[in-house]
Design a protein. Structure first.
Length: 296
């Protein structure tokens, strides 16, 4: 049975589609977002999402130009590469959101909570942020990227600024394995006091960065922490590097226990060996872990 909140959101979605101008928002995309909290690359231009709960939503590369997100709960959500030009996010909860590579041109985030938000390489040209909370926010390489002028004939093309295979730092299989080993070694300080945020920013990016920040916040808020035992790479099955991205498949053994209020939670404690696929990516001239998945 669907909850009253679900029913409200579904009705809300239909009302938004009715009142907005044609082609302003894709009704199927809006319904998908409200039903599943996931809508990568969706067309939500002009959507009225004022006050809705989209906590932990995945809106990677979504089109949200002119969207109304005033007072919305967007905590832990992923807006990587999203277009939020002219979006209104006044007083929204944007704690620990991933806005890396997002377009925030003329966005209004006045009074919003951007604590621990990731805004690396975001386009912040003309954004309004009076009264916004930015404690712990990562604004590395966030800048104003002006509109491109009309193209003019050039004797040769402008050099590509994004890392290429020639400019990306080297990455051997051994280097990739060491990066994963550093991640496992750092977990005991990331997911337990002192909840080392610097290690997360140093080692991760993308989805994994957002997930890690979300987990850290949950642990702090619930007086919980993880304790680790054995952590080791058993074998490496496959390594591929293409330009500024890489994939590493390996078998890992990990022992961990979740403590809540200083009591172990057996349902979230494990000693297991898994086959995992890690996705690596160059960010700011450094290889980082962007995501991972379990291999069946």
């Amino acid at each position: 049975m669907k909850s009253p909140t679900y029913c409200f959101l579904s009705l809300f979605a239909l009302s938004v589609c009715w009142v907005l101008p044609a082609r302003a928002v894709d009704p199927e995309d809006l319904r998908q977002l409200l039903d599943t909290q996931r809508c990568q690359g969706c067309d939500l231009r002009g959507a009225n999402l004022e006050g809705v709960n989209l906590r932990s939503a995945d809106l990677t590369e979504a089109q949200l130009q002119g969207a109304n997100l005033r007072n919305a709960d967007l905590k832990y959500s992923n807006f990587r590469g999203a277009n939020l030009t002219n979006a209104v996010m006044i007083a929204a909860d944007l704690e620990a959101v991933n806005l890396s590579d997002a377009i925030l041109r003329n966005a209004d985030v006045r009074g919003a909570n951007l604590t621990d938000a990731v805004l690396t390489r975001a386009n912040t040209c003309g954004w309004r942020r009076d009264g916004a909370r930015l404690e712990g926010a990562n604004l590395q390489d966030a800048r104003c990227v002006p509109d491109r002028p009309e193209p003019q004939p050039r004797p040769r093309p402008t050099p590509e600024t994004r890392p290429t295979e020639e400019t990306a730092p080297p990455l051997s299989q051994s280097d990739a394995v060491k990066l994963i080993e550093r991640w496992y070694a750092a977990k005991e300080k990331i997911f337990a006091p002192p909840f080392n945020r610097e290690s997360v920013l140093e080692l991760t990016t993308g989805v994994l960065l957002t997930d890690a920040l979300q987990a850290m916040n949950w642990l702090r808020e619930n007086n919980a922490f993880y304790k680790y035992g054995i952590r080791r790479v058993e074998s490496v099955d496959r390594f591929v590097r293409e330009g500024f991205k890489g994939t590493l498949e390996l078998t890992v053994t990990e022992e961990y226990s979740l403590y809540e209020n200083n009591r172990i939670n057996p349902d979230r404690s494990r000693f297991e060996t898994k086959d995992l696929r890690y996705f690596l990516e160059v960010v700011d001239g450094r290889w980082k872990i962007a995501d991972y998945e379990e291999i069946d």
